[in-house]
Ligand binder design. Structure first.
Ligand code: SF4
Length: 193
């Protein structure tokens, strides 16, 4: 199976109850061979309307951070979520929903084969690395999952609620740029790092 075949399958998915309430399935977007895979929580209202990941205010902030790192969605990253359909009212995804949907994410990671995975926020951290883990303790820490480097950072929506978190988050993304230069492209350019 390649990524296009996987997309076709996911876009038709009816496996969990969110299929009844969603407008669109948000598979994810970016470079199919991206060195950096970004995992968020779940699509929100804007994403559900438009069918693309991170297009609301959180997404705009994420794009600004990525731009400061010299990263673009087209070239450097692939962005998706733990689950592919919006939970009603933007509630946190339920365990049965993440259990059913997560194999799609794992297959995306296998096919894209990124060098670095960024976990945006607590839901991504808990579902990928362990339900007992705390984003406040582990953000900015390099971890390992299935032989890949993983960095948990605050979700952009947390930065919008609490702008004091922006300083720490920028330090975390600077570490990601340094690592990118170390293991992907020594010539990677950023205006700010
Ligand atoms: S959230 Fe995932 S498992 Fe549930 S319907 Fe959407 S794609 Fe399928």
């Amino acid at each position: 199976m390649d990524l296009n075949e996987l997309r076709d399958e996911v876009l038709k998915c009816q496996k969990c109850g969110l299929a009844k309430t969603r407008n669109k399935v948000i598979f994810g977007e970016g470079n199919n061979r991206a060195p950096v895979f970004i995992i968020g929580e779940a699509p929100g209202g804007d994403e559900d309307m438009i069918g693309r990941p991170f297009v609301g205010v959180s997404g705009q902030l994420l794009d600004k951070i990525l731009a400061a790192c010299g990263f673009t969605r087209k070239e450097h990253v692939f962005i998706s979520n733990i689950i592919k359909c919006r939970p009603p009212g933007n509630r946190v995804p339920q365990p049965d929903e993440t259990r059913i949907c997560k194999p799609y994410l794992l297959k995306q990671i296998e096919l894209i084969d990124p060098k670095i995975i960024i976990l945006l926020g607590a839901t991504a951290l808990k579902n990928m690395l362990g339900p007992e883990l705390r984003i406040t303790r582990l953000r900015g820490t390099w971890m390992e999952w299935e032989g890949r480097l993983v960095m948990p950072v605050f979700h952009p929506s947390a930065l919008l609620r609490n702008p004091d978190l922006k300083r720490d988050t920028w330090e975390d993304f600077k570490k990601i740029v340094f690592k990118y230069r170390e293991i992907v492209d020594a010539e990677h350019y950023s205006d700010h790092v």
